[in-house]
Design a protein around this ligand. Structure first.
Ligand code: ZN
Length: 82
């Protein structure tokens, strides 16, 4: 067998990492681009936006969320250890 030989076709899937950390999020003002500190506490992000709205009158925000993902062949089951 020579290097680079294709032995088979495998379908892969991707989804939440079973060993993931909690999602990290922040709120970003769409009127001035200021953003809250990154946090795992959604209430803290919402509070930042409400305080920003009260201080500036800005009303439009975007919630940005980061979630760890894990890719695996579709026929693989179990944990994340290969
Ligand atoms: Zn703003």
């Amino acid at each position: 067998m020579k290097p680079g030989t294709v032995l088979g076709h495998v379908l892969w899937t991707i989804g939440p990492d079973p060993d993931r950390n909690p999602p990290v999020l922040y709120a970003k003002c769409k009127d001035c681009a200021e953003q809250s500190p990154a946090t795992t506490d959604r209430a803290a992000s919402d509070l930042w936006a409400l305080e920003h709205a009260g201080r500036t009158g800005h009303r439009r925000y975007r919630e940005c969320v980061s979630v760890d993902l894990y890719a695996r062949p579709v026929n693989e089951t179990g944990g994340t250890t290969p």
